[in-house]
Design a protein around this ligand. Structure first.
Ligand SMILES: O=C(O)CCC(=O)C(=O)O
Length: 311
């Protein structure tokens, strides 16, 4: 059982807060960039313990937040590629980490002052048999037809991430290809994970092994995946996603692969919402908003005033 430390313990403010010009260029041109020590070791140790504890206790299963990404049955015992969506809902200590502060500062640098925290998730590849994460672009998971947003994800392992245990791998420049066609993994609409079925050269993949507390940042359209875990230790990553303001796409988007009413975790979630979870969900949204950076509110106010003056 992990020990939850107090807020004072985790407010270690010596994380990284800006990318260099070279790193920004790399992110823009290749679609991903690695950064060293985005979070201090004490912070990483706490996040690792907190996430392992949440995952070991099966937290979030009934509400569809805990799921197996590749198992169609997706029972609580499924143990192929385990994800917990929005772990901050269950451990606010994650929100107060130096990692979060650093990532948010970098997200504002990359996406502009209007950048918003979109969501967090943790992904665990079990020892010996953790499944491959299929090739995909994160933007393929965005359902909106008439709006799109630039996004970046920070993928930070709290364990070692190696070629053997499933570190991230990327197709350089693939973020310039637009959103390619996807399908649920293996064409099974019960599975949550999407798989890119467009044309790309998997042999050009670049692997990004990392130390705990390092991170790789990727754009919403960068093709990525992670190999299976063949080692005796788990591989655990904590991921933060930030998004810029929404805009109208050049043409309405049709991510038809997201129409899958039989997705197992989504069905659990629907049931939970109907049975009163909607109230909890609303309370969580209100609580989340109070954390936004002042620049977020200034941006909102500016846009509101601009709209008023146009009418
Ligand atoms: O952790 C993994 O295996 C995959 C992570 C991923 O695909 C993502 O963060 O978008």
């Amino acid at each position: 059982m992990a020990t939850l430390l107090t807020e004072t313990d985790v407010r270690v403010k010596d994380g990284l807060t800006r990318l260099s010009t070279e790193q920004l260029h790399e992110l823009k041109e290749r679609g991903f960039v690695t950064v060293r020590a985005i979070a201090p070791p004490a912070d990483v140790a706490i996040m690792d313990a907190v996430l392992r504890d949440l995952l070991a206790r099966g937290v979030g299963f009934k509400e569809g937040a805990r799921r197996d990404l590749v198992d169609p049955e997706d029972s609580l015992g499924a143990n192929s590629l385990t994800e917990l969506v929005r772990p901050q809902n269950y451990a606010a200590v994650l929100r107060r980490s130096a990692y979060f502060e650093s990532a948010y500062a970098i997200a504002r640098q990359v996406l502009g002052d209007d950048a918003e925290f979109a969501f967090d998730h943790a992904i665990l590849k079990p020892a010996f048999h953790g499944a491959e994460t299929p090739w995909h672009q994160d933007e393929a998971y965005q359902a909106e037809r008439d709006s799109e947003r630039d996004q970046i994800a920070f993928w930070m392992p709290t364990t070692l991430a190696t070629v053997e245990n499933g570190c991230m791998r990327y197709i350089p420049g693939s973020h310039k290809l637009g959103v390619l066609p996807h399908q649920p993994l293996g064409g099974d609409a019960r599975v949550h994970a999407l798989q890119c079925i467009g044309n790309f050269d998997a042999d050009s993949a670049v692997y990004c092994p990392l130390q705990p507390g390092d991170a790789v940042i990727h754009a919403g359209r960068t093709l990525h995946s992670a190999a299976p875990n063949m080692t005796a230790d788990v591989r655990l990553a904590y991921i933060l996603v930030f998004a810029g303001p929404s805009r109208r796409p050049a043409a309405p988007r049709d991510h038809s692969w997201l129409k899958r009413p039989n997705e197992t975790a989504a069905r659990r979630r629907k049931l939970w919402l109907w049975r009163g979870g909607a109230v909890i969900e609303l309370a969580r949204r209100v609580a989340r908003n109070r954390y936004y950076h002042p620049a977020f509110y200034v941006g909102r106010l500016r846009r509101l005033l601009a709209r008023q003056s146009r009418t």
